[in-house]
Structure formats: structure tokens, C-alpha cells
Design a protein around this ligand. Structure first.
Ligand SMILES: Cc1cc2nc3c(=O)[nH]c(=O)nc-3n(C[C@H](O)[C@H](O)[C@H](O)COP(=O)(O)OP(=O)(O)OC[C@H]3O[C@@H](n4cnc5c(N)ncnc54)[C@H](O)[C@@H]3O)c2cc1C
Length: 390
């Protein structure tokens, strides 16, 4: 079979890319890298979707308006604790009167909505293959061989799987680093003081984020060094520890579930090689400290689609290298800034060095006092400027 686009992956990025390309009339093959019998894992992870990402997705996929029920995040409060944990320094990032910063949505809900959409779109052909081999790359197409021996030919191949071996076939170079941290993802139910406020506290053990996604439900994401004793605590002990950190924001809470996610840094030096394009965590897997991983991928997908539509309407071939070169060039700065920015920020904020800690306090004090800097951070994190032209 020959397709215009073939996407390999089963994450949220692969699904959004498939839906948007199909909605724009392209003929799409979505190859899930999961076994046919393997069900989508019911993760308790949530995602902060920026107002820019949400507005864009609801324009392109009207079903996303179902997220309207989720509370709007209008304030992000941050608190930096010094090494002695006695002094704390608050910073508040606020949206304008009429706007919001974004919403916290359960990943399982995003997946459910996208799965429904994929099954309704007639120009998405779904296949399962846990692995694949790129057998030929020429200027017109990429040829793929699936586990069951089936051959696929496609004008553009989109790799959205972080499975080993496949990215290596693309000749793209990656910077990969095990962050030697794990994120505890904890879903809790309790009395949330302000459902429109997300809170992040930088403790000497690592950053804890409180992310409310309904009137009495929130997710706590705590990034901890491997070997941290907190990773071993049971529900009761963890409830006590969290209560100490979060009591001003949530009370009488109960832990519903706990998951551990290994944190790894991935940065692809290029977003394409010949007719193969990288989309999602495979292109940039960043620390969750800034809540921007999926938001970055949505910006990549939006620009990719815009470039394709623009040049195809001018009569260019789908896989004209100029389209892909321009796509990569336009996304380089933002992706690099967030990838290495979050990497560095995580290093600075988790440092136990007194000098680094004091300097960070002073630096953040300046950010906290500067309306201009805070506005700049908000504009970037909401994706407002980027999505203005979509
Ligand atoms: C704790 C945490 C909190 C986060 N919070 C936010 C947030 O607030 N805002 C935000 O924008 N982003 C956030 N992110 C990032 C966000 O979850 C991802 O960017 C998003 O899920 C998109 O993933 P993806 O589809 O690109 O890739 P993935 O979900 O990683 O999927 C890629 C593909 O790789 C395959 N795969 C991956 N690993 C394996 C493996 N070991 N074995 C087999 N197959 C594998 C999967 O099957 C899938 O096909 C967070 C991430 C974490 C871990």
C-alpha cells in the first residue's frame, strides 16, 4: 500500500498528528507500536495544556471543546525553598483579566478523545506492528517492512516512537541523558482552595507540582533523585509529607493512585532526515518541570501542517526537502531553548550547593519583582505569540 503520510507510534503526539493530517484531507497510515492485544495503559498522568495549544486544537479538532469543563488555570504560584527549608520565596504568574494560562487535562481523557476521532476518520488506516524496518529511502518515498512481513510505501514517514533501534535507522543524531530522577505521579482527591491555581514548590528533594483538574481532584508530580527515600514511602507516610508541603493549597486529601516515571532527556539534533520527520518525545523529551513537553510537540505539529498545506497548495511535492528544512529551521530556537533551559533549570534548582542556592534565590527574586520578565515567561509558556498566526 502507498500512503501520503505514515506515522509510527502510539503516544498522544502520534495520534494528534494523524488526526490533523487526516482532517486536512491527507491519506494517513497510523502504525501503533503496541501489540494488538496490548491495551492502552490507564495512566494517572495529567498534562498542563497551554491556552495556545488548547485554542489551536479546538480550532482543528472541535471535539477538544469537551475540555471546556476543566477548570481554567489563571495563576501559577511558585515557591522556592532554601537549603534550610525555613526561608521560602514566592513568585506568581498570572493571566490577563479575560484570558487563562491553560488547563490541566488527564492524559487518559486526551487519548480517549483522540482514539474516537481516529476511528471516525475514514482516511486513517490503522495497523499494529511492534517494530519496523526502513528498507529504502529515496527522494520520492520511504519503504517500510512491518513485523508481519507487510511492506508499506509512504511519501513522508513520521517517527513518533521512542523505541530503541528505529530512530537509529534514520541517521539523525541525538543527545540522550538519563536524568537519574523519577517523577512520582500521584492522583489525589480533597478540598482544593483554588481550582484556578497551579502550584509548584522547589524543595531540596526536587520540585513538587500541584495541578488541579476538577473541583476536588488534582495531580501531584514530584521529581525525585533515584534513591530518594520518598520514592519508597507508603500512601499514609506520603500523605503526611505532602500535607506539610501543600496544606495551604489542598486539605483533607486522600491519595487515589501512585505511579513512577523514569525521567530521560532526549534532544534530536535534526527534526528530519530525507523524508523521515520526528514528532513528539522522540524529538525532544524534556524534564516536566515547566509542563511544556506536549505543548512543544503541538507547536511542531501545527507548524509542520502549516508548511505542508502552504507548499502543497503552491504545487510543491509533499516531501520537497525545502518544506522540511524550513520546518526545522523555524522550530529550532524554541525547541532548543525549552530542552536545554529545563535541563539547566532542573540542575540549578536541585543543587545542594549553598552558593548556587543563594544565587538562584537572588535571581528568582529579580524575576518575582519584574512585571516585564513575568509577562515574558507567561507569553512563552502559553504559546500566545507562536499561535497568533494560526
Ligand atoms: C511526569 C510527567 C509530567 C508531564 N507533564 C506535562 C505537562 O504538564 N505538559 C506538557 O506539555 N507535557 C508534559 N509531559 C510530557 C508529555 O506527557 C508527553 O510529551 C506526551 O505524553 C507526549 O508524548 P509522545 O506521544 O510524544 O510520546 P510518548 O508518550 O513517550 O510515546 C511515544 C511512543 O514511544 C513508545 N514507547 C515509549 N517508551 C517505550 C518503552 N519503554 N517501550 C516501548 N515503547 C515505548 C510508546 O509506545 C509510544 O508509541 C509530562 C511528562 C511526564 C513524564
Amino acid at each position: 500500500m502507498k500512503y501520503e503520510f505514515t506515522i509510527f507510534g502510539s503516544g498522544i503526539s502520534a495520534k494528534i498528528t494523524s488526526c490533523l493530517l487526516a482532517r486536512n484531507g491527507f491519506n494517513v497510515c497510523l502504525i501503533s507500536d503496541k501489540d494488538e492485544k496490548q491495551e492502552t495503559p490507564n495512566t494517572n498522568l495529567v498534562t498542563f495544556l497551554s491556552s495556545g495549544s488548547l485554542n489551536y486544537l479546538s480550532l482543528m479538532l472541535p471535539e477538544v471543546q469537551l475540555f471546556n469543563k476543566s477548570p481554567e488555570i489563571k495563576i501559577i504560584k511558585c515557591e522556592l525553598n532554601s537549603l534550610n527549608e525555613k526561608k521560602s520565596q514566592p513568585i506568581e504568574f498570572k493571566s490577563g483579566e479575560e484570558e487563562n494560562l491553560g488547563k490541566i487535562i488527564k492524559n487518559s481523557y486526551i487519548e480517549e478523545l483522540l482514539d474516537k476521532e481516529i476511528h471516525q476518520l475514514r482516511n486513517i488506516h490503522m495497523i499494529n506492528s511492534t517494530q519496523l524496518k526502513i528498507t529504502e529511502k529515496n527522494s520520492d518515498s520511504v519503504k517500510l517492512k512491518l513485523v508481519n512481513g507487510e511492506n508499506i510505501e509512504t511519501e513522508i514517514f513520521i517517527l513518533s516512537s521512542t523505541k530503541r533501534d528505529i530512530a537509529e535507522q534514520t541517521k539523525i543524531n541525538f543527545i540522550k541523558k538519563d536524568l537519574e530522577q523519577q517523577a512520582l505521579s500521584i492522583s489525589i482527591k480533597g478540598d482544593i482552595k483554588n481550582i484556578n491555581c497551579a502550584f509548584q514548590k522547589f524543595t531540596s528533594n526536587g520540585p513538587i507540582a500541584l495541578l488541579p483538574y476538577s473541583k476536588d481532584e488534582a495531580s501531584v508530580v514530584w521529581s525525585l533523585r533515584n534513591g530518594s527515600q520518598i520514592l519508597l514511602k507508603d500512601k499514609d507516610k506520603l500523605t503526611q509529607i505532602l500535607n506539610n508541603h501543600l496544606k495551604e493549597h489542598i486539605t483533607s486529601f486522600k491519595i487515589e493512585s501512585i505511579e513512577k516515571h523514569k525521567l530521560q532527556f532526549i534532544y534530536a539534533k535534526n527534526l528530519f532526515y530525507k523524508n523521515t520527520v520526528l514528532i513528539g518525545n522522540v524529538a525532544h523529551n524534556i524534564h516536566p518541570i515547566a509542563g511544556q513537553g506536549l505543548n512543544l510537540s503541538i507547536k511542531d505539529i501545527a507548524l509542520f501542517l502549516k508548511q505542508i498545506n502552504k507548499y502543497v497548495s503552491l504545487g510543491y511535492k509533499l516531501n520537497d526537502q525545502m518544506i522540511l528544512e524550513e520546518f526545522e529551521m523555524k522550530r529550532k530556537l524554541d525547541n532548543t531553548a525549552y530542552s536545554f533551559g529545563t535541563f539547566t533549570l532542573n540542575g540549578i534548582l536541585s543543587s545542594n550547593n549553598k552558593f548556587v542556592n543563594n544565587t538562584t534565590h537572588k535571581g528568582l527574586g529579580l524575576v518575582g519583582k519584574s512585571k516585564f520578565l513575568k509577562k515574558l515567561f507567561v507569553r512563552s509558556a502559553t504559546g500566545k505569540d507562536f499561535f497568533k498566526t494560526f
